[in-house]
Design a protein around this ligand. Structure first.
Ligand SMILES: Nc1ncnc2c1ncn2[C@@H]1O[C@H](COP(=O)(O)OP(=O)(O)OP(=O)(O)O)[C@@H](O)[C@H]1O
Ligand SMILES: Nc1ncnc2c1ncn2[C@@H]1O[C@H](COP(=O)(O)OP(=O)(O)OP(=O)(O)O)[C@@H](O)[C@H]1O
Ligand SMILES: [Mg+2]
Ligand SMILES: [Mg+2]
Lengths: 253, 253
């Protein structure tokens, strides 16, 4: 089983759009996928089409009330399961403050379901706090969406520093890779910026880049992952490419 | 003096782009403006062109080490002052945890400079935590940037609820208004979404809408507010409109 965090404290860089649609495309290639929404904004829950009355237990219950993770996922489409969140998740940081082992609560909860899925994808909030720490401690890999902006590069040092520090302190290594998002091929700015990302990441970067595509926004508004909304769109093509790139590495993992 | 927070916990909705370029355009209209960067990501500091060696004191010093706010601002352009932040600002929440009056530290710090400026603009991080609470308690007005996405609407309830709760608990009222950002007039999605925002905000909405314009990204990369980068751009036109709308209300305030 592969556990992959989609993480970047920069807001609006496409974390949720990537987490939902990558999960969707992996499921389309017959992998059993669990998408975990770790953001109190619950955007991944909304974008997957999960309504309030469909939520029995949510991620707050797992992290604070010791509810087993197995009882939380909603099977939205074949092979595509979602562990939803509510705004209550914003209370986790305070609830767990000071407790021993608060950074590994999610890792331990995931242990119970590790034979049930091929992939677990974690959508993180736009901050480096306890929820993101839990995601990183639980993951063996991290996808870092990078929007085309100087602001994304500015925050990178802090994110990569956090991952490195975690590796030194806890001996837990994470293979991270960048994926360019919100790429607009009409502007020179995007092409120049792509070079900048390559300078920072070198070969720790996917060859897939995610283009700006309004169908991705429309799909989210319709509460549908892209493969259930428009398989003819550029958005679907890009996320399917990304899924194929990830699947191609499977034998090595 | 008017103190205006630019606030929305949704990531990437244009808070920093709005805070920097609105401050810039107000300064162009001969208002004396202080832009305070309250985000540990320090994007507003970068976008205003402030380099690390130009920073003497920063907002962490004001909030945690009782350094007077008056000693922090850097005058970047005539009438345009910036109180920079560094990543150290992320330690504020822990530093002030449990302290009496931790939500009004910024309000009290601003008191010292209230006769020095016509406008104080606060750029907030993508979360509703102590830094955003400090901004709201210090402000009489709030600008809520709304990007064209179903995710923005989902988080609104929490933000408006926080403002209301604050008003009830502390008797501190904030006049909030939405400004549509990242509006792409080529897509039907944006036009439909504009109607959705109107339904939520009614007359609590600026008539200006900020269009997607790559010159705003390029300006930020160049470390320049838009009026110092390209006064012929749509981005400058939009933010100048917004500044004029805000200035037009002055006699009433
Ligand atoms: N490839 C894309 N094409 C068009 N729009 C996109 C694309 N990726 C993301 N978006 C839009 O950009 C905005 C930000 O994306 P998203 O919310 O997925 O980012 P995020 O990093 O999860 O944000 P947050 O930091 O708030 O969690 C949303 O309006 C989303 O619909
Ligand atoms: N009107 C616009 N036209 C084009 N690009 C824009 C516009 N407004 C913002 N952007 C770009 O969108 C991205 C998000 O904007 P910005 O960083 O200002 O949002 P934010 O709300 O401050 O994000 P955060 O939540 O991380 O603080 C940046 O890449 C920025 O350059
Ligand atoms: Mg998100
Ligand atoms: Mg910002």
């Amino acid at each position: 089983m592969r556990i992959i965090s989609v993480v970047n404290q920069k807001g609006g860089c496409g974390k949720t759009t990537t987490a939902v649609n990558l999960s969707d495309c992996l499921a389309l290639h017959h992998r059993k996928v669990l998408l975990i929404d770790l953001d109190p904004q619950s955007n991944a829950t909304l974008a997957s089409g999960i309504k309030d009355d469909e939520i029995n237990k949510c991620m707050y219950d797992v992290l604070c009330n010791k509810v087993p993770l197995r009882s939380v996922p909603v099977e939205k489409y074949p092979n595509f399961f979602v562990a939803p969140s509510r705004v209550t998740l914003s209370a986790v940081e305070q609830f767990l403050a000071g407790q021993q082992g608060r950074e590994t609560v999610l890792r331990d909860a995931i242990q119970q379901v590790k034979n049930d899925f091929d992939y677990i994808i974690l959508d993180c909030p736009p901050s480096i706090g306890l929820l993101t720490f839990n995601a990183l401690r639980a993951s063996s890999e991290a996808i870092i969406p990078i929007e085309m902006s100087c602001f994304s590069i500015q925050g990178l040092g802090r994110l990569l520093g956090t991952i490195e520090l975690m590796q030194e302190r806890t001996n837990h290594t994470i293979a991270f890779r960048a994926v360019p998002t919100l790429f607009d091929r009409r502007t020179k700015y995007s092409w120049d910026f792509l070079d900048e990302i390559r300078r920072h990441f070198g070969d720790r970067m996917f060859s897939t880049k995610i283009h700006t595509n309004v169908r991705l926004k429309e799909a989210a508004s319709a509460g549908k992952p892209i493969s259930r909304f428009d398989t003819g769109s550029l958005g679907f093509f890009d996320y399917d490419q990304l899924a194929k790139e990830i699947i191609a590495e499977e034998p090595k993992i």
